[in-house]
Write a protein that binds this ligand. Structure first.
Ligand SMILES: Cc1cc2nc3c(=O)[nH]c(=O)nc-3n(C[C@H](O)[C@H](O)[C@H](O)COP(=O)(O)OP(=O)(O)OC[C@H]3O[C@@H](n4cnc5c(N)ncnc54)[C@H](O)[C@@H]3O)c2cc1C
Length: 416
């Protein structure tokens, strides 16, 4: 593909920024990526990708690289089985699937490892913390960095995560990040499945499980070919968004705190929690209120910078990959150039906020369902009624068609 007459910089090299950089490079666009950290890094935890996320990665041309590094290296869909967090962990519900749905569970660092070697290092810049973005009279954007340097570009992609520095610019509120605490903490850990079996856990941990409770729930799923259990034990203390937590959002806590928080839970859950040696506690935050626009001037938000959400549908990065796919298709179109870039970005802004904000809202509702089981609240039948179909609007969305339809309107009769 011929190179474009406009320049692009990407701010933030998490999963979304890296996916964006790799896909655009492969399409022939020499974009530069600026990352605040000294190297690409991801937390040592798994991430679940639904069929919509897989479709986006496939459209970006990077699915094969990612699947090749996954363990096992193939797409599969293992929906959650819902069980009671209490007593002997009564079975509540199996989420039903149609046969053509394929997803992927992958260890986050592996996702980056699969893609990073494919980026030419001359286009990646580390220790570059963006401090601001603004519009020049020329129509270009200027991005400034903590070290006092600056770069100009025709398009800035803000993929700088939940604490985004770019978001206030797009939201038009210079100091306000539109961030709220979800009054929820997730205790995260990886535990050896064979050790748990030896310790007497009877529940089959090789399936993805959702352990439901009252104002708490736990998510477990196996990674690395059933070697390790990815654990997220969730505690909630309020439903109305409140100001962000002051102090670190990730803290190492004592095993005792973890056991205290889930003291009323059932037998296998207790064994499992006792095996967590160094639990980390993550205070959950969201973009709140949701952004109506993900674009201002020639600055575009993707991923958590645009729509950080609670993780209860395992859909946050999937929405980020959808953003990146939509942007990629719009940018690489042969008729997209500097003169019509703004119109192209308007299409992105038309497509993405309603979709991603809907998924964010649904994720919040899903958390309420998981955390409403027992203690005179939802019984087994209520749980089944409420859980049924919750993932369908997330997984079943024809993103390729949605983008093609808008491209057809933008460039009638052109080859898409
Ligand atoms: C407990 C938990 C479980 C989750 N599970 C799932 C799941 O199963 N499935 C799913 O789809 N999603 C899940 N998510 C959501 C998912 O983790 C996020 O949506 C995803 O990581 C966001 O990726 P990102 O690239 O947008 O942002 P990030 O991963 O946050 O990357 C942002 C990058 O920008 C860099 N950066 C930040 N500020 C600056 C700056 N000023 N200048 C330059 N660089 C900067 C950072 O260093 C970082 O590298 C989960 C989230 C949590 C908290």
């Amino acid at each position: 593909m011929a190179s474009k007459d406009f320049s692009v910089v990407i701010i933030g090299g998490g999963m979304c920024g890296v996916a964006c950089a790799v896909a655009l490079h492969r399409a022939g666009m020499k974009v530069h990526l600026y990352e605040a950290a000294p190297k690409f890094e991801e937390v040592g935890a798994g991430v679940g990708l639904g069929p919509n996320a897989v479709q986006a990665l496939e459209g970006l041309g990077i699915l094969e690289d990612v699947v090749a590094k996954a363990v096992p290296p193939k797409l599969a869909m293992r929906p959650y089985t819902f069980i009671s967090g209490y007593g002997e962990h009564e079975h509540l519900y199996d989420y039903a699937l149609s046969s053509d749905e394929l997803g992927l569970s992958i260890y986050r660092p592996v996702f980056l490892d699969a893609l990073i070697p494919t980026i030419d290092p001359q286009y990646t810049h580390f220790n570059m913390r963006c401090t601001s973005v603004s519009l020049l009279p020329s129509g270009k954007q200027v991005v400034t960095f903590e070290d006092g340097t600056a770069v100009e570009a025709d398009l800035v992609v803000g993929s700088d995560g939940i604490k985004s520095t770019i978001r206030p610019y797009v939201a038009g509120k210079s100091e306000h990040k539109q961030l709220a605490s979800a009054n929820t903490a997730t205790y995260r850990a990886l535990v050896s499945i064979s050790e748990l079996k030896k310790a007497g856990v009877k529940t089959d941990l090789t399936r993805p499980l959702l352990w439901c409770g009252s104002d708490s729930h736990m998510v477990t799923y196996p990674i690395r070919a059933n070697e390790l259990l990815n654990v997220g034990a969730v505690k909630v203390w309020g439903r109305t968004p409140s100001p962000p937590v002051t102090g670190p959002w990730v803290q190492t806590v004592t095993p005792e705190e973890l056991l205290d928080e889930f003291a009323d839970w059932g037998s296998d859950m207790k064994i499992l929690l006792k095996h967590i040696k160094n639990p980390s506690k993550w205070f959950m935050h969201t973009v709140s209120p949701p952004l109506e626009h993900y674009v201002r001037d020639s600055v575009v938000l993707v991923g958590d910078a645009a729509h950080a959400m609670v993780p209860h549908l395992s859909a946050g990065v999937g929405q980020g990959f959808e953003d990146v796919y939509a942007l990629y298709r719009l940018l690489i179109h042969p008729q997209t150039n500097a003169s019509n870039l703004q119109k192209v970005l308007d299409v992105y802004d038309f497509l993405r906020p309603p979709r991603a904000n809907m998924v964010a809202q649904r994720s919040r509702r899903m958390g309420e369902i998981y955390q409403s089981y027992g203690k005179d609240r939802y019984n087994r039948t209520d749980m089944q009624k409420n859980l049924r179909g919750m993932w369908e609007p997330v997984w079943h969305y024809d993103l390729k068609y949605a983008v093609s339809k808008e491209l057809e309107k933008l460039y009638p009769g052109s080859k898409l």
